[in-house]
Design a protein around this ligand. Sequence first.
Ligand code: ATP
Ligand code: MG
Length: 572
Amino acid sequence: MSDTNPHEAANSDFIRDFIKEDLASGRFKEVRTRFPPEPNGWLHIGHTKAFHIDFSIAADFGGTCNLRFDDTNPEKEDLSYVEAIKRDIKWLGYDWKDREFFASDYYEKLYDFAVKIIHKGQAYVDDLNDEEIREYRGTNVPDKNNITLTPPGRNSPYRERSVEENLRLFARMRAGEFADGEKTLRAKIDMAHPNLIMRDPVMYRIRREPHYRTGTTWVIYPMYDFQHPLSDAMEGVTHSLCSLEYEIHRPLYDWFIREAEVFPSRQIEFSRLNITHTVLSKRWLLRLVKEGYVLGWDDPRMPTLAGLRRRGYTPEAIRDFLGRIGVAKTDSYVDVQLLEFCLREDLNKRSRRVMAVLNPLRLVIENWPEGKVEELEAVNNPEDPVAGKRLIPFGRELWIERDDFQEVPQPKYFRLFPGNMVRLRYGYIVTCTGFSKDPETGMVTELRCTYDPATKGGDAPDNRKVKGTIHWVSAAHAVQLEARLFDHLFPAERPMDVAPGIDWLATMNKDSLKRVSGWGEPILATTEPGDRFQFERLGYFARDPDSVDGVPAFNRSVSLRDTWAKIEKKGS
Ligand code: ATP
Ligand code: MG
């Protein structure tokens, strides 16, 4: 999707400019916005752009922001979604206080508005079914020069019913006298209107489906385009901010406000947030959940707030991201690496460092006495002196990463190989003296080293050149852990733009989750779900609520490698 709003390309201040004008002209005396989620799924990061704008603009003008559940589709909505949405907005640090509303509370009033519009001769009950309505409406057609033409639609044969008949039929629709789909209430606008949305849009449909709040009280439900402007008006919403796909609905928004003669709420659109390598649409995310492509709405690979939270994202990192995308020189697709950059920035400041080994190889220090354990001092967070220090046990047998050893070193390989020296982080300098191999598989099974007692803490007193430093954990003290390493859900940068005829689900990355078993410092045994760490050299990790057979699981929130800084440098 490209950015068609010229103002938004530069920044989002254009909304504030509109609002200032409205206040200056006296159109509105105060500012009230609303965030209107439909409770049919969990919030994703795209929604955070919307509610960040809604809440922050209201706050900037000393106004208020309503949380309104736009719940007028009984088929898809549920209380569990209401609760998940509220939890996630709060988690991100936004507060609607007592301003919580439900469109379903307005059903009676909306019905009265519909009656009012019928009375004015501006709505009618139609007997055409969905398919006929679509057919009568007509479609945009490209001509031979590929210019879009909109030939006029046709009037429904029921369009000229009298006001009295329409009132009677609408009352009977409400009373349940007709089958689902048998009749609709339509606005009487213009079947030749160049904007198809204005061609007598449906206001009410008959649907016998219990609603999660109103139960079976209603068998007719208002359509979004009718319900939304009037709900805004009833709440005194001055500025109804929404994403750009509603731009073509704005004439209809204004039409209903005018015909119902209500508070003149004003709709303003901003560009939708898209992020590379993922999909930001509840409809698509719901399919990933329902069809088992992910473990749930809160799967750490999901772009939902719950998924990001479980992955280890902090509210601060997401808010930082939201502050930056306003001025990012991108179209409405934002590089996921910017989001990761914001997380890394925040976690770097707040995360305790620990050592963990995810692909373990045993290292034996031959000249270290059997059974001897020494406690070595390690810094918890070099970015935060208050975080202090800890002691970590060191002994004769350690776990190190398998790729910190090469039997035959590549050029410029400074880690372990026979005869070479490395520094063990916070420990000693060791020299590799040998290794053993499994004769059948050829796998290296164990390394042997000697340590130099004069190098405690990793110092090389006699200016010995030691180029490599590696991390380790004491084999006798290490706790077992599971690390979950993630890759993008979609290899394509813009998976939502798949070519016609290609199923986007087929383009998914089949290897987006890797689970590995490793060893960590003893302190990791006493962590709680949500605790965040930097595993030195490996990335930032957050303890998952899940653990398998008592082995704690850690989600890699983000790796340490900062690709964003490089991208920015290249771009500037
Ligand atoms: P989805 O396509 O994910 O189902 P939606 O628009 O149907 O989104 P709603 O619950 O109706 O979901 O959205 C609530 C508000 O959030 C709307 O005002 C909508 O404009 C806004 N919104 C939804 N997705 C995005 C996005 N990716 N970027 C910016 N705003 C969004
Ligand atoms: Mg919507």
